[in-house]
Write a protein of this length. Structure first.
Length: 607
């Protein structure tokens, strides 16, 4: 796996930026032809088109487009963005799959007899499958392979772009080199580039940042070296303590000797650092993480701002060979075990959830000797930025008279009211009494709800999909984890809208001055005693007077294990004094006299 070089990255940026323009133009035209924004359907619409229009209006309201109760007209801005994103990314993911020999054709659900097809073969097969061309067939195959990402019941794919716009999108995608789809970080850049113009426009407008602006402004793709350094000096350090002998730590001549002995195929641990004490004994610089479970199957990992899944994919690639070594698992079983037991992700932006899920699935499918394309365990990645954009009585009607379920749905509705702007900051443990039915019987009531929703899937109002998504998000938001890894969102208090500012002031008062430190505080809430938080965040909270109480609280209650100053040149795609960054590892345990901290100032080397 290799990173995308600058030339190809620049070409990818230009392609994705233009693709968004074309896709949104095509999306708006298709939506307006159906009169989705109008109060009444156009007279020329067929019954099938009228039904699609109804579904799109309902879907738009769930996304947050507002219907005027007086005129019955409706906004379409969020629907336009959604349709454009989904159509382009279905094509993009199809090419990712094809370039990795993972675009599969199979009848019905007969995955065992799936065969890999190329884009050229899709072109040949298109007429006999009822598709207009090979790209349409490839996109359908990708959607079938990825039902968690491209919901087959979503009305967005019933829309068709004009032939000239569709052709332009196909041409844009075809001009990208194959190397783009083999690089390990391409998917991460894809979403940052999708947001480039939107982010610039929001920053120039100087508006207060709320739900609509937040994803574009706070998304910043984590550089590969940051991910590797943090993971090598946490999971890698834990592994080194388990794998190396006391004699290794005592007799090794250099750090490199220890790294080589601790490494596994595919896990070089090149960033793992060791320190030597006065007696000549080596120890991992970031600590040995003795508070973690002894068995990897018990290690619960969360990225609460997972973006395109960079940390999740990297953790997966480290944990698979480790579980193979420790548990004697086959490659396939180790891949499935890590997906099932270990990695979890939350994200405020639905589009990033799709990217992260695809990145993890693609990594599992192309992992050497793991069996290629196959059914995977359910991915534990959820959209935590979803609210219910319907009247409460419509939502509660899902209970169908079940009083316990009605209470459960009411609690979900209230909890996620401001989810589009709060996301992972939401903490269900703050919202419900310890002995409430929501706390004590959540799993029982959740199963009842799931059963009811499965029966309603084809009714077309989409509420069951919203409820299922909220169920998963609630579960991940409620859980505790051994290891929290993330690149926190950055947003100063001066730029936050009133809802975000009020929430942080209430629940994170010492850290409210920037969203990044409020998020660090939330990461600690996700943690058990002795859990570890490893993250990328701005470094100004370490010295500004406004953060004094927050620093004191951290130093009193947590143990800082590793702190690396990166300065303003840490991110390759931004320049100047935009953000001075820090790599941080904190253990959620009260420090003692033996506590050590590894400090490294890399700012001058990076700048």
């Amino acid at each position: 796996m290799h990173a995308l070089d600058k030339f190809l990255r620049n070409k990818l940026e230009n392609t994705v930026t233009r693709a968004r323009e074309v896709a949104e133009e095509a999306s708006r035209s298709a939506i307006e032809q159906l009169g989705v924004e109008q109060s009444v359907p156009y007279a020329y619409l067929t019954e099938e088109q009228r039904e699609l229009r109804r579904k799109l209006r309902a879907h738009g309201r769930q996304l947050g487009d507002v219907r005027d109760p007086r005129t019955e007209t409706q906004e379409i801005e969020k629907l336009v963005e959604e349709v454009a994103y989904e159509h382009w990314h279905r094509m993009l993911f199809a090419r990712f799959l094809a370039e990795n020999q993972l675009l599969m054709f199979y009848e019905d659900n007969d995955i065992d007899n799936a065969v890999s097809v190329t884009l050229e073969e899709c072109e040949e097969m298109a007429p006999e499958t009822g598709c207009n061309n090979g790209w349409e067939l490839a996109s359908r195959l990708a959607a079938k392979m990825l039902p968690q990402i491209f919901r087959p019941e979503s009305p967005v794919f019933e829309l068709h772009f004009s032939p000239e716009k569709q052709k332009e999108l196909e041409t844009l995608l075809s001009t990208l080199e194959s190397e783009v789809f083999a690089a390990s970080d391409s998917l991460g850049w894809v979403y940052q580039f999708w947001q480039t113009k939107k982010k610039k426009a929001v920053n120039e407008s100087e508006v207060k940042i709320g739900a609509r602006e937040l994803p574009a402004v706070t998304q910043l793709f984590t550089e590969p070296y940051m991910v590797s350094f943090l993971l090598d000096n946490s999971l890698g350090a834990w592994w080194a303590k388990k794998r190396l002998t006391e004699a290794d730590f005592k007799n090794a001549a250099t750090e490199d000797e220890l790294r080589k002995k601790a490494s596994l195929p595919g896990v070089p641990l090149e960033y793992l650092r060791f320190l030597k004490d006065e007696d000549g004994h080596w120890t991992p610089a970031g600590g040995t993480f003795d508070g973690w479970p002894n068995k990897l199957l018990e290690l619960k990992v969360l990225d609460p701002s997972c973006g395109s899944g960079h940390f999740l994919v990297s953790a997966f690639l480290m944990m698979v060979p480790m579980r193979m070594e420790l548990e004697g698992l086959s490659t396939k079983k180790a891949c499935d075990a890590v997906l099932r037991d270990n990695i979890h992700g939350l994200e405020i932006d639905q589009r990033c959830v799709e990217l992260a899920a695809f990145a993890v699935a693609l990594t599992a499918w192309r992992y050497p000797s793991a069996g290629g394309f196959r059914s995977l365990p359910e991915l534990q990645i959820a959209w935590c930025g979803q609210s219910v954009n319907v009247k409460k009585e419509e939502w509660l009607a899902l209970a169908e008279g079940d009083s316990d379920l009605k209470v459960h749905l009411d609690s979900l509705y209230n909890l996620f009211q401001d989810a589009p702007v709060l996301g992972s900051l939401l903490n269900p443990r703050n919202s419900f009494e310890e002995n409430s039915i929501f706390a004590n019987e959540w799993f029982r009531v959740s199963r009842v709800l799931q059963s009811k929703l499965d029966k309603k899937k084809n009714e077309g109002d989409g509420l069951e999909i919203v409820a299922q998504g909220m169920e998963k998000a609630f579960q991940l938001l409620s859980n505790k984890y051994n290891w929290v890894i993330t690149n926190v969102p950055y947003l100063t208090m001066a730029k936050q809208n009133s809802k975000l500012l009020a929430f942080c002031s209430k629940y994170e008062p010492e850290s409210r001055y920037d969203l990044s430190t409020s998020f660090l505080r939330r990461c600690l809430d996700f943690s058990n005693i002795s859990s570890v938080i490893t993250c990328v965040l701005p470094q100004n909270w370490l010295f500004l007077s406004s953060y004094k109480k927050f620093r004191q609280k951290i130093l009193k209650n947590q143990s800082i294990k590793l702190s690396v100053w990166l300065g303003s040149g840490a991110f390759d795609t931004i320049s100047g004094e935009v953000v001075k960054s820090l790599l941080l590892t904190i253990q959620n345990s009260v420090p003692n006299k033996e506590n050590c901290m590894f400090l490294l100032d890399a700012a001058s080397a990076i700048s």
